[in-house]
Design a protein around this ligand. Sequence first.
Ligand code: SAH
Length: 459
Amino acid sequence: MYKNKTFTVKITDLTNDGAGIGRIEELNNLAVFTDGALPGDICEIKIKKANKNYAYGELIKLIEPSADRIKPVCRVSEKCGGCALQSLSYKAQLKLKRGIVINCLERIGGIKNARVHEIIGMDEPYNYRNKAQLPVKKNKRDPNKTDIGFYSRRTHDVINIYSCAITFGEIKEIMQVFRDYFEKNKNIVYDESKHTGIIRHIFIRSGYKTGEIIVCITANLKQNENLPDDISLINGFKKIAGLAGIILNINNERTNVILGKTNKILYGRGYIFDYIMDKKFKISVNSFYQVNPAQTEKLYAGALELAQVSKDFTCIDAYCGIGTIALIFAPFVKKVYGVEIIEQAVADARENAEINNITNAEFIEGKSEQIIPELVKLEKIDLIIFDPPRKGCDIKLLEAVISAEIKNIIYISCDPATLARDIKILTAGGYKLHGVQPVDMFPHTMHVEAIVLMQRQDT
Ligand code: SAH
């Protein structure tokens, strides 16, 4: 009904994925979501889609830009799905993210006046990411050309990029090697709609302190098939400093999941090493590893400080990945268990214990919600550390922790909404929230990380 009409709105907030939220006075204060609009902007928007309760708008003109606007470093940042906040000053980003944590705690967690510390930000919030997952796609206008980059916001269109303001520097040269290869090998890229073609994604990981790099090509191939002309790619990569390995990952399913199950080593090895604090870690392609290594050190140091562990503590690291948190805590406690669902990550974790001469860490493969309810029946646990994926902790895990009356909980979260939901459950189960420390792990994006300490009230 209002489609294609234009309105002037003041933007007051952002959605979870970074669209500006405003209200249209003329339409009874209908909420409108507009990409590219930032809090504080007064802008002209055109309605693209509307229903009874809200509308989507297109930013037509900035009438009065927010005082927190800056010129973004990257020229595609307004379209790219990677960064939603590059046009907002870093100081304003940090304020916004702390506000999101407070808001979720109040609205979802039912906790007023929580002690939320100032967010720990970066000094140089650019080129921090140690990982890139780049989709490749045939160019829409020129089928002889291949686009390499990131999906544009809310679509599977690929924005062709030559550099990235938030990823480690070598990504430029690596993309060029692929561009040369695609120039030589036409029609090799995957077509999602038809499920034809071969190369789907380029997955790159680099070691922050070691400079080691692995490049993984995800391909729609049968298990016994090879990548055509792989020799050109391998030769192209040999000039990349720090190259530790090239991996072919077979993914022939119709799925949005990037990595398939099988890896074949085309060159070198299938893992890199990196250091966090004084510990050395082996990281395989399929294992999770924090993407912002400089901030990871601050995150883990923050967790260690909040936890106030002692030498007689027995601890559990409930979503342990390659064992980073467990192994950093290990020297300060009696014993630490790590639980992790990905087989390769558990293998890495066990090897990482050996590499660092740590003998009081034990890693168990399986789901936390299945392993931990059994584990807590056998042994008294003093501290459990949660660092789950965005969907938060499984209710069975929370219930097991509550009934075992584990005294201390450190919860590291990458989604304040599920964090607040779980805090509400733990609060009802007898825990008290002690401190909240937000850490900016993902500058220029809407992602918010926070560490909290909860303790049983009776202790
Ligand atoms: N603490 C680690 C990993 C955090 S990411 C670090 O800081 O690097 C979350 C991890 O939980 C991933 O490694 C993921 O594979 C794992 N995971 C996801 N669901 C799980 C479950 N139900 N039980 C155990 N581990 C799980």
